[in-house]
Ligand binder design. Structure first.
Ligand SMILES: Nc1ncnc2c1ncn2[C@@H]1O[C@H](COP(=O)(O)OP(=O)(O)OP(=O)(O)O)[C@@H](O)[C@H]1O
Ligand SMILES: N[C@@H](CCO)C(=O)O
Length: 326
């Protein structure tokens, strides 16, 4: 469960006086997520999500994240709306952590997404890319290609404890990705963590996107690559081509992929798999036993990494070139 920093009722009631949201009725820690401490709050006026930002979130990035949610919500995208404080800002401090509140979104995330859901996700991702295109603040991606080697160095010596041979395999992967990483693809604001647990549905209708705390400026197609990793593999590790096609078609129904983006997709997907492998491996090796957080399996992403290494063309993910369409 992701409550790293606990808060008591007194602290919380005092914090709420800085907002026009009524008084506290109840609150509870949310047992999901791995990055920040989240609480569900009910007040006399609203239902809200309170987030205390933890170690991986840099305080200087908070105006980007909060400003982005505000910007996207104003453009009609269904995402949490940051709650304004009485002093006009959005960011406060609680239990020694930077803290903010956002509106509660209805819906829940899908444990077993189907192809039609992947299509909706592709569409919503592209809508986010379009809506973010005039967002004025910039944030470099702190978890893209140049950052992988330092991250790898933090786990490399112990990698073979997780799987014999892992150290040499990832050394090779990293070299390939560093040498071939694409240059000059269209850039913009990407979500960068659009996994099933960050997309809410009400029945089969997508009701909103959450968790913008990895959002950044990067290649737009890199977000598609992350989506293919997160949505289009089955539990047994096999890639589901129908889901890949649905996600890509959903995306391109809103924003076309340029041919350079489509061509780069196999490498971008391979890089995305390495990114999640590396953060998971790092957490796997450093999270103390008994910590109140569910550790995610790095080897799931090793399997995906190997899969992408075999892919030659984006058509294998389900992308269809315009020329191939009848
Ligand atoms: N605006 C919201 N409306 C409704 N529920 C929310 C909202 N924001 C967060 N939650 C709930 O809190 C959980 C954790 O939130 P979130 O994904 O932002 O946490 P996190 O620690 O950043 O996790 P991770 O990065 O691992 O996905 C979500 O799965 C959801 O249940
Ligand atoms: N979505 C990530 C966790 C947050 O970065 C993962 O599944 O590894």
């Amino acid at each position: 469960m992701a409550v790293y920093t606990d808060v008591n009722e007194e602290q919380l009631s005092a914090f709420l006086t800085e907002y026009d949201v009524g008084t506290l009725l109840s609150y509870k820690g949310i047992a999901e997520g791995v990055e920040n401490s989240n609480f569900l709050l009910r007040t006399t006026k609203a239902t809200l999500i309170l987030t205390l930002y933890e170690k991986r979130v840099n305080r200087d990035d908070l105006p980007f994240f909060i400003g982005l949610m505000d910007h996207l919500a104003a453009k009609g995208l269904n995402c949490p709306l940051p709650i304004q404080r009485r002093d006009g800002g959005h960011l406060g401090e609680l239990a020694g952590r930077p803290a903010a509140m956002v509106s509660f979104l209805d819906g829940s995330w899908l444990r077993k997404p189907r192809a039609e859901h992947c299509r909706e996700v592709g569409r919503a991702m592209a809508a986010m890319h379009v809506a973010g295109s005039d967002f004025p603040i910039r944030r470099a991606n702190a978890l893209t290609m140049p950052n992988w080697r330092p991250l790898w160095q933090s786990s490399r010596a112990r990698a073979d404890e997780v799987l014999p041979g892992l150290r040499d395999e990832i050394d090779r992967e990293l070299e390939i990705l560093e040498a071939g990483w694409p240059k000059d693809l269209p850039e913009g604001v990407i979500h960068a963590d659009l996994f099933p647990d960050n997309v809410f549905f009400i029945e089969d209708r997508l009701s909103g996107l959450i968790d913008f705390y990895f959002a950044c400026n990067d290649y737009l197609a890199y977000d598609v690559a992350i989506g293919l990793n997160a949505w289009c593999f089955e539990k047994d590790g096999s890639f589901n081509h129908t889901k890949g096609m649905a996600l890509i078609n959903g995306y391109t129904s809103v924003r076309k992929l340029e041919s350079a983006e489509a061509q780069a997709l196999p490498l971008l997907a391979r890089g995305a798999a390495l990114r999640f492998f590396l953060t998971r491996l790092h957490d796997w090796l450093t999270t103390p036993e008994g910590a109140m957080v569910v550790k995610k399996d790095p080897l799931e992403y090793l399997q995906k990494l190997r899969f992408h290494g075999q892919i030659v063309s984006s058509s294998e993910y389900g992308h269809r070139n315009e020329e191939n369409l009848s």
